[in-house]
Design a protein around this ligand. Structure first.
Ligand SMILES: [Zn+2]
Length: 302
């Protein structure tokens, strides 16, 4: 029997994957690249396993592995369209099939890759640069695209030190290979800076080091509003336990110092925080709580 019923268009996405806000005259769009299922030891390889397990239980999270959010940001200021990080791209055989959605979701948001004038990279881990290596992406980008990244980051990946990390098997090789491929592919577009660089009016990329030697954050300021995109300097666990060492940090002590410095500053000036691996849409404030901090999600506003 052929019923020949015409079905309504199947929705591509079950939940919104983008969230827009304004910082003064600056447009900000947080886009979810998807999620990365990772073992929970990655959250804190220097923590007492019982304390770590208690934290996960308090958060209603499973004990062994959970899905880390992965966010990128599009910033528009002064006629420039700036993509901050690019997501995972194609899964490098590490069983991460739910990430790598950035390119598709930018298209769904009406953002043409050819309209992107600048890319800012917080660092060169594959979950931040991989989207630019997806087949066909480079051809859609402008030939005069500028990719801003700290000089120390490019230098680090020439001979990266993995002696202090605690990553799952396969990750170090995949990270090395992806960073190498990225530099080979985009060498002519790279615009390096030492400590700080203003990419557009009120959009400043600022090196923090720690997570990687060239790790940087993006500071937005316009009309009295402020927002910082913290990249991988802050994870969900980093408010209550800022001194816990994340498995992906190449210099965990320095990463903890930089994290505490940034969280203190954001708590003092009451500005908004967005971070790569905070639950989408990852927009909130930082409060001081005793010797540590507390994450206060912003009220959904649209
Ligand atoms: Zn990351």
């Amino acid at each position: 029997m052929n019923l020949n019923i015409s079905h309504p268009a199947k929705p591509e996405e079950l939940v919104p994957s983008r969230y827009a806000l304004r910082i003064g005259d600056i447009d900000v769009l947080v886009v979810s690249d998807g999620v990365l299922p990772l073992p929970t030891q990655m959250l804190a390889h220097n923590a007492d396993p019982a304390v770590r397990a208690a934290w996960l239980d308090d958060q209603f999270l499973p004990p062994d592995a959970f899905d880390w959010a992965l966010n990128v940001v599009v910033v528009r200021s002064g006629g420039k369209t700036i993509l901050v990080d690019a997501g995972l791209g194609s899964d490098p055989d590490l069983h991460l099939p739910r990430a790598g959605q950035t390119i598709k979701r930018l298209e769904a948001a009406g953002i043409d890759l050819g309209a992107v004038t600048d890319v800012v990279l917080t660092h060169m881990h594959m979950d931040h640069v991989g989207g630019l290596l997806v087949e066909g992406v480079k051809q859609q980008l402008r030939p005069d695209l500028r990719i801003h990244v700290a000089e120390a980051e490019v230098k680090f990946w020439e001979a990266p030190d993995f002696s202090r990390v605690a990553m799952p098997p396969g990750f170090p090789d995949a990270l090395r290979a992806t960073a190498k491929r990225f530099v080979n592919e985009y060498r002519n577009q790279l615009r390096t800076f030492k400590d700080e660089h203003e990419v557009a009016p009120g959009v400043v990329i600022s090196r923090t080091g720690g997570h990687t030697p060239g790790h940087s954050v993006v500071r937005l300021a316009s009309g009295g509003d402020r927002l910082t995109f913290a990249g991988d300097l802050v994870f969900a666990v980093g408010f209550e336990h800022p001194d816990w060492h994340n498995g992906f940090e190449h210099d965990p002590e320095e990463a903890a110092r930089a994290r505490i410095r940034l969280l203190r500053e954001l708590a003092a000036n009451r500005e908004l925080l967005v971070a790569t691996h905070m639950p989408f849409p990852s927009v909130g404030h930082v409060a001081v709580e005793g010797d540590a901090f507390r994450w206060v999600p912003a009220y959904w506003d649209y």
